[in-house]
Design a protein. Structure first.
Length: 304
């Protein structure tokens, strides 16, 4: 699993599952066409959700055929190949670039360096094609770094600050129809993902000495599960607040979505809360770091 914005498959109808797979695969094919086969390592659940919401909100591509899943299906051409899907491919590459930059600041690793090298051409192409998205995402990471340097311990505020920077680029991709409501969806989604990742990373951040706002004002740390148990109500309140904000903002745009709303409904009302539950019970494998794209790829598919 690569990302927290995943459906709850047990609550999905066959038609919605089919639609979700179409989007997941189309994201992969668009990356391969525009940026080469190595770039498909960046496909993830979070970006798939964003594409579903924006496509159904803007009506960009009402219908496109799915691709039959096979060993070499990645080599097939996209079925939608629309302006929105092309921009989302670029956005995915640029977000990947800044995640790798952020990883290198925390502490260079072989996987991060290898990913940066392998994606070098794709990143350069996306930078040239969409410099405004590159600037917006980079600004978000820098704002986050500034809050870390100041010792901010408000994980929700940090997540919302980061989410707003991503929402700017995503709203631009959606075009004039976007508006504040859609920006709020992406802002709250960014905060929810940031907070779940902070909980997931507690032990790793403690051992490596990398910044985690949840650890900023807690001197005592034994292990992740002990920390979660000791701060159960506080962490639950934070997650419930951010996910509740996402669901409220999503409901404001829901009636304007033209198709595939059942897919995004499942993710917002079932999938993301289930991800939060698994994070809190220590059973999550949904790491948001792009480094995971180079581990366990066979687990990263639309029917996990």
């Amino acid at each position: 699993m690569f990302g927290y914005t995943v459906p709850l498959y047990s609550k999905m109808s066959p038609s919605d599952l089919f639609s979700y797979r179409r989007y997941y695969c189309e994201t992969c094919h668009q990356l391969r066409l525009e940026y080469g086969i190595i770039s498909t390592s960046a496909v993830n659940y979070d970006m798939t959700f964003n594409t579903i919401v924006m496509n159904s909100f803007t009506g960009d591509t009402p219908r496109f055929d799915g691709t039959e899943n096979s060993f070499l299906c990645v080599l097939k051409k996209p079925r939608a190949d629309s302006d929105l899907f092309r921009k989302m491919a670029a956005y995915t590459i640029l977000l990947t670039k800044w995640e790798l930059v952020d990883d290198s600041v925390d502490g260079p690793s072989f996987r991060s360096n290898a990913a940066t090298l392998m994606l070098g051409r794709a990143i350069s192409k996306a930078e040239r094609s969409y410099p405004e998205y590159d600037e917006a995402i980079g600004k978000g990471f820098e704002e986050l770094r500034g809050m870390e340097r100041s010792g901010c311990s408000d994980a929700v505020r940090m997540g919302e600050t980061f989410g707003r920077s991503l929402a700017y680029a995503l709203s631009d991709i959606a075009g004039e129809s976007a508006g504040k409501d859609l920006e709020d969806v992406f802002t709250h989604l960014g905060a929810s993902v940031y907070l779940m990742d902070a909980v997931d990373d507690l032990e790793e951040d403690y051992l490596k000495g990398t910044y985690n706002p949840l650890l900023a004002e807690n001197e005592r740390f034994v292990n992740k599960m002990q920390f979660i148990n000791d701060n159960l109500y506080h962490l639950s309140d934070l997650l419930n607040s951010t996910i509740g904000g996402l669901q409220t903002s999503y409901s404001a745009v829901r009636e304007r979505m033209m198709f595939d709303a059942g897919v995004s409904d499942n993710i917002v009302y079932y999938g993301i809360p289930d991800s939060a539950k698994r994070v809190m019970t220590g059973s999550s494998g949904a790491k948001a770091s792009v480094k995971n794209a180079f581990d366990g790829r066979r687990k990263r598919n639309a029917s996990y």
